[in-house]
Design a protein around this ligand. Structure first.
Ligand code: FES
Ligand SMILES: [Fe+2]
Length: 373
C-alpha cells in the first residue's frame, strides 16, 4: 500500500457532523465536518487508551473520545482532559495525527502521508463531475481481495470477453489491437479498440437508434495510488466509471465507484445505471477473490505479461520506483484485520514533519515503510 497520496475516502454526502469511521491503507480514521462544513480526518486512535474516536461525539469543531471524554480539535490537538483538574496542563503528547482533507468531485479526500504541500502528488481530474451534460451515480461494494488485484482488473481490457461475456466484452472478438500508453508520473492511459455487442435492456433501446461503428474506443486509465478510469463510448453516449479501490486491509478492498453518463440523464435511470455497475462487479468478484498469490508480486518476473497487459506492467514498474522512495507501507506494519497486536502504528501526518520540535510528541510510532519483502 502506498502512502503520500491523496485518497478519496468517502462520498462527500456521507461525511456529516456525525463522526464516521473510515478504513484505508489498513488504518482507521475518523471523518466529520466542522461547524463551517469543512471535512476533517484524524487518526481514529485515541492516544490515552486507544479508544475509537469515531464512536465519540462532535461538539463545535472538536471530537471527544467515547472512553474518558478527551477532546481533540480539528488539528488533532487534545484541548480537554475531563478527569484532570482545570489548572493541570494538557501534556504535549496528547495529540493524534490530523490529515489534510479536501472535498472534490463529490468525494472527501485525505492526504495520507507527511509530504509538504508542494511535494504532494495531485488529485486526478474528473472533468465530467462539473459538466452539466453528465449525470453521476454512486456505487460501492466490498471485495475479499487485495486492492491491487481489483485495481489491475479494471484496467485490464483482455479479461472483459471472458469475465463479462456479452454484457460488456465480446467473446467472439477477444483480440486486443496494439495500443499506445500515455504515461505521466502519476497516471497512465490508453485508448483501446473493443467491439462489444449492443447493450441490452433500456440502454439497448437508445443504442439501436444510433449508427454503429465496428469498434468502440474504450479509454482505460489508472491514477496513483488506487483509481481506475474506464471511458466507454457507447452508440448513445459516454459512460465513465471512476473506481476507487480502497485498501481496507491486505485482503479486503472497498470499491467505491462514481459512474457518469451523458444519456438518460434523468434521475429515473439511476437505478438502472447502478444495476449495470453492480453486474460488472459481481462478475469480477469471484475471479479476483480467487487469484493467487493474493498479493500482487513485487518482482515483474513472478507473473507472465503479454502485450495487452501494458497498463498493468506500467503500474508495477512505477510502483517499484515508489517503493524505492520508501512510500510503501505493509509488511511488518500493523494492518487492520490481522491478528491482535500489542502495538499500533499510524501513517505520519505532515504536522510531524512541519514541527520538528514535536519529534518526541507522538505516542503512536509512524509506519516505517521501507522494505516490503
Ligand atoms: S481512551 Fe480516549 S479518552 Fe481514554
Ligand atoms: Fe472486469
Amino acid at each position: 500500500m502506498l502512502k503520500n497520496f491523496w485518497y478519496a475516502l468517502e462520498f462527500a454526502d456521507k461525511v456529516t457532523r456525525e463522526p464516521r469511521k473510515i478504513t484505508c491503507v489498513g488504518q482507521d480514521f475518523v471523518v466529520y465536518r466542522t461547524e463551517a462544513g469543512a471535512p476533517v480526518c484524524l487518526s481514529d486512535l485515541c492516544v490515552h487508551r486507544g479508544g475509537a474516536l469515531s464512536m465519540g461525539k462532535v461538539t463545535g469543531d472538536c471530537i471527544s473520545c467515547p472512553y474518558h471524554g478527551w477532546q481533540y480539535n480539528a488539528e488533532g490537538v487534545c484541548v480537554k482532559i475531563p478527569a484532570n483538574a482545570e489548572e493541570r496542563k494538557i501534556p504535549r503528547k496528547a495529540r493524534v495525527d490530523a490529515y489534510p482533507t479536501v472535498e472534490r468531485y463529490g468525494m472527501v479526500w485525505a492526504f495520507l502521508g507527511d509530504l509538504p504541500e508542494a511535494e504532494r502528488p495531485p488529485i486526478p481530474e474528473l472533468p465530467e463531475h462539473n459538466d452539466p451534460a453528465f449525470r453521476a451515480v454512486q456505487f460501492e461494494m466490498e471485495i475479499a481481495a487485495n486492492y491491487e488485484r481489483t485495481f489491475e482488473n479494471v484496467v485490464d481490457a483482455a479479461h472483459t470477453p471472458f469475465v463479462h461475456g456479452t454484457a460488456f466484452g465480446n467473446p467472439d472478438k477477444p483480440g486486443i489491437p496494439d495500443f499506445r500508453i500515455r504515461q505521466t508520473e502519476w497516471s497512465a492511459e490508453a485508448d483501446i479498440q473493443l467491439s462489444p455487442p449492443l447493450p441490452k435492456g433500456l440502454w439497448g433501446l437508445l443504442a439501436r437508434r444510433r449508427p454503429r461503428a465496428e469498434y468502440v474506443t474504450v479509454t482505460n486509465a489508472w491514477y496513483l495510488p488506487n483509481i481506475v478510469k474506464l471511458h466507454v463510448r457507447l452508440p448513445m453516449g459516454d459512460l465513465l466509471l471512476y473506481d476507487f479501490n480502497i485498501p481496507l486491509s491486505q485482503e479486503r478492498t472497498l470499491v467505491k465507484i462514481l459512474g457518469y453518463r451523458n444519456f438518460f440523464t434523468g434521475a429515473w435511470a439511476d437505478g438502472n445505471a447502478r444495476k449495470r455497475i453492480e453486474k460488472i462487479l459481481l462478475q469480477d468478484q469471484p475471479v479476483v477473490e480467487n487469484q493467487r498469490p493474493e498479493l500482487l508480486p513485487f518482482d515483474l518476473a513472478d507473473e507472465l505479461h503479454v502485450r495487452s497487459d501494458g497498463l498493468q506492467v506500467a503500474y508495477r514498474r512505477r510502483r517499484l520506483e515508489l517503493i524505492k522512495q520508501g512510500w510503501w507501507v505493509g509488511g511488518d506494519d500493523i494492518i487492520t484485520g490481522d491478528s491482535p497486536r500489542r502495538k499500533a502504528t499510524v501513517i505520519a501526518s505532515p504536522v510531524r514533519r512541519d514541527n520538528p520540535e514535536l519529534a518526541s510528541a507522538w505516542v503512536h510510532k509512524a509506519r516505517t515503510g521501507g522494505n516490503p519483502q
